[in-house]
Design a protein. Structure first.
Length: 375
């Protein structure tokens, strides 16, 4: 029985390989698209805030005001793009999106410092770009704190600190967004391409009329489903290897865990996604409808609810419930654990169990919905 199942599944798999060979666009899409997407997203998407356009309004024009400006521009966070005489001129630059920040130093700044009084300086930020404004505000707060400590030291002499806090960032010491983004991009790419590939395979058979010939053979529903799954599974493994290689070579993504475990988890995720695509194809029986359903059910959920961009823990209860039934949620967590933290199977087994369960559920649903009729 098992031998017959394997032989028939292998025969269907060989038939699907022939279809892929006759349509080279499938291979071009499956292997070329991951490279294009990782390059576009890897280089184009970044949460690192650098060279924020800064307008300088220095009305004091003293040594102390210039020192404050130097502190703000010492790193790559701010870049002075214009100097103005009055704060009223700043709003025009904000509205034209020429500048995103403005440092205003009023007259009397140095005089107040020398008297030991509180000296005020104002930082204006363009709140339309919330991410840039939040990070720039944090950096500005650190600069102002350092400047205040320097002025206190001038007035009172060296002070012995009563509290010393030393921070250390694990797994991503440089806080580089590429190290965070590339594993999530791997999930996004595999979700879109894996589901799209198999979402069209059964629907294509129905539209071309070749499904009738398949029904004339003794091949069962499970054998058809598994046979169509096999070639795309190996294509998915090649996609993982491509994306991982690009991530390591181009973006210095670390691989702190086991490569064998990484490909094991990736295999479970690929199987789950391919089965989701086959389920869509079996239910819709139409390539256009299947492609639309595949796009709707993959890209946005994987982007918004997987934990790739937004923490799932901060979402409302209903969205957390939806995220709990998405395979991408568990794969994002597993990739971060393997690549960045170097965790083993003792930590990853719940996610692997969830991915295996998704595959079996999708397999059962696809087999049940796959009717040996063309009507």
């Amino acid at each position: 029985m098992l031998r017959r199942l394997l032989l028939r599944t292998w025969a269907i798999a060989q038939k699907e390989v022939v279809h892929i060979q006759r349509d080279p666009q499938i291979l071009a899409f499956a292997l070329g698209m991951p490279v294009i997407l990782i390059l576009i997203f890897g280089y184009g998407v970044s949460f690192d805030v650098e060279r924020v356009p800064l307008v300088l309004v220095d009305q004091d024009q003293t040594t102390s005001s210039r020192q404050l400006v130097d502190k703000f521009t010492a790193s790559d966070t701010f870049r002075v793009i214009a100097r103005r005489r009055s704060p009223e001129e700043v709003e025009t630059l904000f509205r034209s999106q020429t500048a995103k920040a403005a440092l205003i130093i009023p007259r009397g700044y140095e005089r107040q410092l020398r008297r030991g009084e509180r000296a005020d300086a104002q930082l204006l930020l363009d709140g339309a770009d919330n991410t840039t404004a939040s990070i720039a505000l944090g950096y500005a707060s650190a600069v102002s704190l350092a400047a205040s400590q320097a002025e206190l030291t001038k007035l009172l002499g060296p002070l012995k600190p009563t509290l010393s806090v030393r921070s250390r960032v694990f797994f991503n010491p440089g806080l580089r967004s590429a190290i965070f983004l590339v594993p999530g991009l791997m999930v996004l790419i595999l979700v879109m391409i894996a589901v799209m590939l198999t979402a069209l395979t059964v629907a294509r058979e129905y539209e071309r009329g070749s499904m009738e010939q398949l029904f004339a053979t003794p091949v069962g529903r499970l054998e058809v489903i598994l046979g169509k799954l096999v070639p795309y599974f190996f294509i998915g493994l090649v996609q993982v290897l491509l994306v991982l290689t690009l991530g390591v070579t181009l973006f210095d993504v670390p691989v702190n865990g086991s490569l064998l475990l990484l490909f094991g988890v990736s295999s479970l995720f690929i199987l789950a996604m391919l089965m989701q695509g086959l389920l869509i194809s079996v239910v819709t029986r139409n390539q256009m409808v299947a492609s639309m359903v595949a796009t709707i059910t993959t890209f946005l959920p994987a982007l918004l609810l997987s934990g790739f961009v937004f923490p799932v823990e901060n979402m409302p209860l209903m969205l957390r419930g939806i995220a709990a039934v998405l395979p991408a949620r568990y794969f994002v967590r597993s990739l971060g654990a393997i690549l960045l933290r170097g965790n083993g199977i003792d930590v990853l087994w719940p996610d692997m169990l969830a991915l295996g369960a998704f595959f079996l559920i999708f397999l059962a649903l696809a087999t049940k919905k796959f009717k040996r009729t063309v009507a």
